[in-house]
Design a protein around this ligand. Structure first.
Ligand code: AMP
Length: 545
């Protein structure tokens, strides 16, 4: 299979894909393990067996029917990790309603864009989260929706409390739900996840039942997840790491889903592993670093851990070593992927040696193909760097309402062009060499310079702006904005930082601003971001000495 000297590889074909909708897969697991533990939400003190979860999901799906949700409608979900997130995910899938994930850190301008671009008719939202008052933002924005459901038991007028859904659902015959479920097919869209890419404006990766159900299933296959496993999911549900690799990975296999908190917290994650006797744990490298560096790490019995996934960014070797030795995750795996491919397309195996697990992102997932191409589209020889492309069941249906962007990303032969630079060795293991695009990954969150640059352009004093990422010990990367003011306008870094508050998600707000007269340019007039990176790194190093 991986014998040719071309950088092309096909995953094994003997692992069969699930030919069913998410609702059918969920019902199958409920029938198999009714009394097994399905979901534990520690910060809400809620626990469900598969049977109990099924009853709750069906009741809420019936309530959604009572409200008038049609197959193909878009339901936004704007909330941190909670039981209702999981219930909404399964209930909407059972109805053929397309769930639109909204980042809990979004502020009004980003929220407005996503609601409008996806054409959401419905919204489930938290009342507030951290410093964001969701109700207030929505009341100000007045989005044109058919209904807003709030997780707050006492929301202001205009919001239906989630707690009233059960009574509403009880009046809808179960048959109506079953009929709707039976009318769906597996290639229909079930989820939209926003991701930016190079154009700067977020694009809605539209994913089908087949896409994400099977990706969760195959990720779980690689980990060997069973109904005996208990997985701690500290990663956000609004991203595919949480809702696909986490929730669907567990739902397809009867594994217990454990949410340690509404958002990542190292101490609560460690506590959840120990108290729940977890066998698996997920995280981006920065989360594992935070857990390993926690002063109370040694107080916890983590000996039940066996497996897990680190993904989203390159894992430093020392971190991998410590995860294996100090967290007992002897079988921990690395996964590589992107939202547009459901997400995972490459993964290391449980028995790959340490070297492979830190220097590569593994081999092609079952039923998928990967290749590496040069600028002309030719497949490069093994060992050479080029752009990684993926093809198969996992490639999204397209970007929501954006055929031009879809055509740019997916070629006529069905290959998704990832924008990542990579090489493939003789055995088919792939190394990620860097990013073709300039995306910054800060603490596992993707930040797109172009989007921020466009945002800063709306400030009256800003004449030009360039945004870059520089290495950061805590978050992997930190955001730096180089700003040129219009003549006669003066503002300083602090004013810009203050201006971002409430307008821009906290994780996108630059840590450093550098006010300049000009940017480093090539002779042909192209801005040299790599030079800016070098200068900023050097200046900040000197400053901190
Ligand atoms: P997202 O769409 O949010 O899942 O982000 C996808 C991007 O994250 C990819 O295009 C890669 O640049 C990066 N990425 C994901 N997994 C890995 C990994 N294991 N190693 C290095 N980079 C990764």
């Amino acid at each position: 299979m991986d014998q040719s000297n071309q950088s092309y590889s096909r995953g094994v074909q003997d692992k069969t894909l699930l030919a069913m909708t998410i609702g059918q897969a969920f019902d199958r697991t409920v029938a198999r393990y009714p009394d097994g533990e399905a979901l534990v939400v520690r910060h809400q003190q809620q626990r469900y067996t598969w049977q109990q979860l099924a009853e709750t999901v069906d009741l809420h799906a019936r309530a959604f029917l009572a409200l008038g949700m049609q197959a193909g409608d878009r339901l936004g979900i704007w909330a941190p990790n909670c039981a209702e997130w999981c219930i909404s995910q399964i209930a909407s899938a059972k109805l053929g309603v397309i769930l639109v994930n909204i980042n809990p850190a979004y502020r009004s301008s980003e929220l407005e864009y996503v609601l409008k671009q996806s054409g959401c008719q419905w919204l489930v939202c938290a009342g507030s989260f951290k410093t964001s008052d969701y109700h207030a933002m929505l009341q100000e924005l007045k989005p044109e929706l058919r209904g807003m459901i709030s997780l707050d038991p006492n929301p202001p007028t205009g919001f239906l409390p989630w707690s009233e859904l059960a009574a509403l659902g009880a009046n809808v015959p179960l048959d109506r739900l079953h009929n709707r479920q039976a009318s769906l097919h597996l290639d229909q869209a079930v989820n939209i996840q926003y991701t930016s890419g190079t154009t700067g404006f977020p694009k809605g990766a539209t994913l089908s039942h087949h896409n994400i159900l099977n990706n969760g299933y195959m990720v779980g296959e690689s980990l060997g997840l069973t109904a005996q496993d208990r997985l701690v999911i500290p990663v956000p549900l609004y991203h595919c790491f949480g809702m696909v690799m986490g929730n669907l990975g567990c739902i397809t296999r009867g594994t217990t889903m454990i949410y340690p908190n509404d958002s990542f917290d190292p101490l609560l994650s460690l506590t959840a592993v120990a108290e729940e006797r977890a066998t698996g744990l997920y995280g981006v490298p920065t989360m594992f670093i935070a857990m390993l560096d926690h002063p109370r790490l040694r107080e916890f019995d983590l000996s039940t851990l066996r497996t897990g996934i680190m993904a989203g960014a390159t894992c430093p070797i020392e971190v991998m070593r410590r995860v294996i030795s100090e967290m007992h995750m002897s079988e921990v795996q690395i996964a590589y992927g992107m939202t547009e491919t459901s997400p995972v397309s490459l993964q290391t195996g449980a028995d790959d040696d340490l070297e492979r697990r830190v220097t590569t992102v593994g081999r092609t997932q079952p039923q998928l193909e990967n290749k590496i191409i040069d600028a002309d589209g030719n497949t490069v020889p093994r060992g050479e760097i080029g752009e990684l492309c993926t093809r198969g069941y996992s490639v999204m249906l397209g970007y929501w309402n954006n055929p031009d962007a879809t055509r740019e990303a997916i070629d006529d032969a069905g290959w998704m062009h990832t924008g990542d630079l990579a090489s493939m060795d003789a055995q088919g293991y792939v190394c990620i060499a860097g990013r073709n695009k300039d995306m910054i990954i800060r603490g596992g969150e993707n930040v797109y310079p172009r989007e921020l640059e466009e945002f800063f352009f709306t400030h009256p004093a800003v004449a030009d702006v360039q945004v870059i990422g520089i290495p950061d010990e805590r978050y992997g990367e930190a955001i730096v904005a180089w700003v040129k003011f219009h003549p006669g306008h003066v503002a300083n870094a602090l004013e810009l930082q203050t201006w971002c508050k409430g307008r821009l998600a906290h994780f996108k707000t630059p840590k450093h601003f550098k006010i300049v007269e000009a940017f480093p340019m090539t002779v042909t007039g192209k801005v040299q971001k790599f030079r800016m990176r070098e200068i900023s790194i050097e200046e900040l190093r000197t400053e901190s000495q």
